[in-house]
Structures are given as structure tokens and as C-alpha cells.
Design a protein around this ligand. Structure first.
Ligand code: SAH
Length: 216
């Protein structure tokens, strides 16, 4: 496996500085970005550009999100150490590792079998352990609910009701809502049947797919 070097660490410090300039100010999030060897999450042909603020293909038609998007979503979650977090869309596992760096206990679901299998094996090899699940994120994980926080890393047309039911009262869900372009949306569950929504600008995600096979 490719290694992590002082050069990579230097590039990560620059990336973290760039994210700060773009408005990320949660120190724990910036530290996580500085600690995680993003170049190891990428196909070797993109490795040289791993610390630019761009998304890359990770196979099966999916992408690893831009560092700014990952940092932005993580910041909105207001994570505290030890919180139980449900992540929908494991993908490369980069967002998963950021959540773990923040001290969260992560349950993550991926619907692409090849990505699920690759990431479940890869993440522990660089020191990040999570509970990995293969399945449809729309359904969540009722047996492990409730969760303190829920993060969706694919564009959802609407808020999945079943996921809202698996969120604790007082909990936060961060979800990019929309078909072609998504509006980053923070949902706070203020009471059993009451939510407060706050919107945070446009982002671009691959779609959250329901009961459809992509060809895997
Ligand atoms: N967080 C990832 C981003 C991956 S892109 C990263 O940091 O790399 C979004 C991911 O969501 C893709 O891997 C896609 O396969 C997955 N996905 C799409 N619909 C899903 C669903 N219904 N359930 C679980 N995962 C889904």
C-alpha cells in the first residue's frame, strides 16, 4: 500500500488552511482533515491531486465528496465524543473516518456491494473502525436506533421518514435535499413529531437510490 509521508502531511495542512478560508471553523473538523491520509482513499491515478478540494470517482459510478463538502456536513452535525452516528452512503469511507476522528461511534450503510466490501476491509487497515452494513440506507438500521446524529452523503429527493424515526429527540440530521442540485439541509428533531429545518446553500451529490440496482 502507498505510504503517508511528511509531504502528504504538509499538503493536508495546506488543505486545512484552504478549508478555513472557505469558512470551516470547527477545530476538530480541521484536525480530522489534517490527520486522515485522503490519498490512500483514491485510485492511484488521482493520488497526486488528493489534497485539492475536488471530488473523484471511486468506482461503481460513485464519488468521494470534496473535502469542503465533507467538512461542511461534519461541522453541521455538532458532534460530541461518544455520540452514535448513522451514515448513509459509506462510499470510500473518507467521511466515515472524519466522523471517527471526531470521536463518534459510526454505523454506516452502503448499497453498492463492491464499495461496501472494499471499504469494510480498507478502513480498519488505516486504524478506523466502524460498523459496516450492506443495504438500503432509506431503511436505516432500526435495530440499532435511536441515533444521536444522522448524515446522508447522497442527494435525497425528500427526507426519508424512516430515518427521521430513528433519530433521537434533540438529534440532528444533515441531508442534501434535491434531485439535480441539492440544498444542504439541517434538520433538528425538537419533539417526537416536530422538526426544525435550516437550509445552507447548494451542493452537488450523486443520487440516493431506492430499490434500484446500478449494475452491481
Ligand atoms: N461519504 C462518501 C461519499 C460517497 S457518494 C465518501 O466520503 O466517499 C454516496 C454514496 O452513497 C455512494 O457510494 C452510493 O453508492 C451510496 N448510496 C446511494 N444510495 C444509497 C442508499 N439508498 N443506501 C446506501 N447507500 C447509498
Amino acid at each position: 500500500m502507498a505510504s503517508d509521508t511528511f509531504r502528504h502531511k504538509g499538503l493536508r495542512r495546506q488543505l486545512s488552511k484552504l478549508l478555513r478560508e472557505k469558512g470551516i471553523n470547527n477545530e476538530d473538523v480541521l484536525r480530522a482533515i489534517e490527520n486522515i491520509p485522503r490519498h490512500l482513499f483514491l485510485n492511484s491515478s488521482f493520488i497526486e491531486r488528493a489534497y485539492e478540494d475536488i471530488a473523484f470517482p471511486i468506482g461503481s459510478g460513485q464519488t468521494i465528496s470534496r473535502p469542503h463538502t465533507v467538512a461542511f456536513q461534519t461541522e453541521l452535525l455538532e458532534l460530541k465524543k461518544g455520540e452514535k452516528v448513522l451514515e448513509i452512503g459509506t462510499g470510500s469511507g473518507f467521511q466515515t473516518s472524519v466522523l471517527i476522528e471526531m470521536g463518534a461511534k459510526v454505523y454506516t450503510i452502503e448499497r453498492q456491494k463492491s464499495l461496501y466490501e472494499a471499504t469494510k476491509v480498507f478502513l480498519p487497515t488505516i486504524g478506523y473502525s466502524a460498523k459496516f452494513f450492506y443495504g438500503d440506507g432509506y431503511k436505516g438500521l432500526p435495530t440499532f436506533a435511536p441515533f444521536d446524529k444522522i448524515i446522508i452523503t447522497a442527494g435525497a429527493p425528500t427526507i426519508p421518514e424512516s430515518l427521521l424515526n430513528q433519530l433521537k429527540v434533540g438529534g440532528i440530521m444533515v441531508i442534501p435535499l434535491g434531485e439535480n442540485i441539492q440544498i444542504m439541509t439541517l434538520i433538528k428533531k425538537v419533539a417526537e413529531k416536530k422538526v426544525e429545518k435550516t437550509e445552507f446553500g447548494e451542493f452537488k451529490f450523486v443520487p440516493l437510490l431506492e430499490n434500484k440496482e446500478w449494475g452491481d
